[in-house]
Write a protein that binds this ligand. Structure first.
Ligand SMILES: NC(=O)c1ccc[n+]([C@@H]2O[C@H](COP(=O)([O-])OP(=O)(O)OC[C@H]3O[C@@H](n4cnc5c(N)ncnc54)[C@H](OP(=O)(O)O)[C@@H]3O)[C@@H](O)[C@H]2O)c1
Length: 249
């Protein structure tokens, strides 16, 4: 039985690789996907199951063919798929390079969709899919517009898929963290600064991932770590978005 994790070279994805076998005892191999091969190789010392590093640039749609071929050749039983690869950029939409915005959609939405579609035939009855969305999915976010839109896609897609896969008893969990201490913001803050108030809500990837794995085992459709983020979720469900957006800036 295997797990497949994208975005495994860093942050949340890497933490999933470290914690998976504590929650899924029958997983004996993890396929780890990212661009930085060296980093993927160093993960092996963190875990005591076999890791299979797969170097893919998910901006390139052809990269999925590599995964498709490996799956066809090895025909593994996939217990868990974690789609964690993703990136964002803070700043005004017109200040951002257009290609950077479309690449963000390519990785955060297109690749996540293609990987889910490619892996699904191999996911076992009662298997699990974890999609890393974000609390940015709850509300449109000026100065984080494209990123928030990509994460709304992930959340909406995951919830619908969760219903579609009921017959196979596969549960899809959308993970919606607020700011997490990873390398994410080193990249994200290249064109603009993160809103000051967000700095008070940073949490540790270890805790976000632990909760996500527990929620996934329990078959929950949503995993939201921390009381402030749960409160934010309720706010965005109860107060009209145009009112929140008025006081946002
Ligand atoms: N950190 C936060 O505050 C936060 C909050 C909510 C949601 N999230 C989401 O959590 C997920 C993981 O982010 P993180 O915080 O762990 O950030 P991170 O430390 O920067 O990790 C991002 C991962 O995505 C991979 N990736 C990026 N572009 C890729 C590409 N073109 N092809 C293949 N892999 C690519 C990176 O691998 P390589 O660079 O080696 O390719 C890396 O493993 C993302 O989807 C992010 O949107 C993060």
């Amino acid at each position: 039985m295997i797990a497949i994790v994208t975005g495994a070279s860093s942050g949340i994805g890497k933490e999933f690789v470290r914690q998976i076998t504590s929650h899924y005892k029958n997983i004996n191999e993890i396929w780890v996907i990212a661009r930085r091969t060296e980093r993927l190789k160093t993960l092996q010392k963190m875990v005591n199951v076999k890791l299979v590093p797969i170097t893919l640039d998910l901006i390139n749609p052809d990269s999925i063919k590599v995964l498709k071929k490996m799956l066809k050749e090895r025909s593994p039983k996939v217990k868990l798929l974690v789609n964690s690869a993703g990136f964002g950029q803070v700043g005004g939409f017109t200040d951002m390079d257009c290609k950077y915005s479309t690449d963000m959609i390519a990785v955060n939405c297109t690749a996540l969709t293609a990987i889910t579609h490619t892996v699904l035939p191999y996911i076992t009855y009662n298997g699990r899919i974890i999609q890393i969305a974000s609390s940015a999915a709850f509300l449109p976010q000026p100065d984080f517009a494209v990123y928030a839109a990509t994460k709304s896609y992930v959340l909406s897609f995951s919830r619908a898929l969760n219903i579609e896969l009921k017959r196979r008893k596969i549960k899809v969990t959308a993970v919606c963290p607020g700011p997490v201490k990873t390398e994410f913001f080193d990249l994200a803050e290249k064109t603009g600064k993160l809103a000051e108030y967000k700095k008070y809500f940073f949490v540790d990837a270890v805790k976000v991932v632990r909760k996500a794995l527990i929620d996934s085992v329990d078959g929950k459709e949503l995993s939201i770590y921390s009381i402030p983020m749960k409160a934010f979720y309720i706010l965005t469900k109860t107060v009209p978005h145009r009112i929140i957006l008025k006081i946002y800036k």
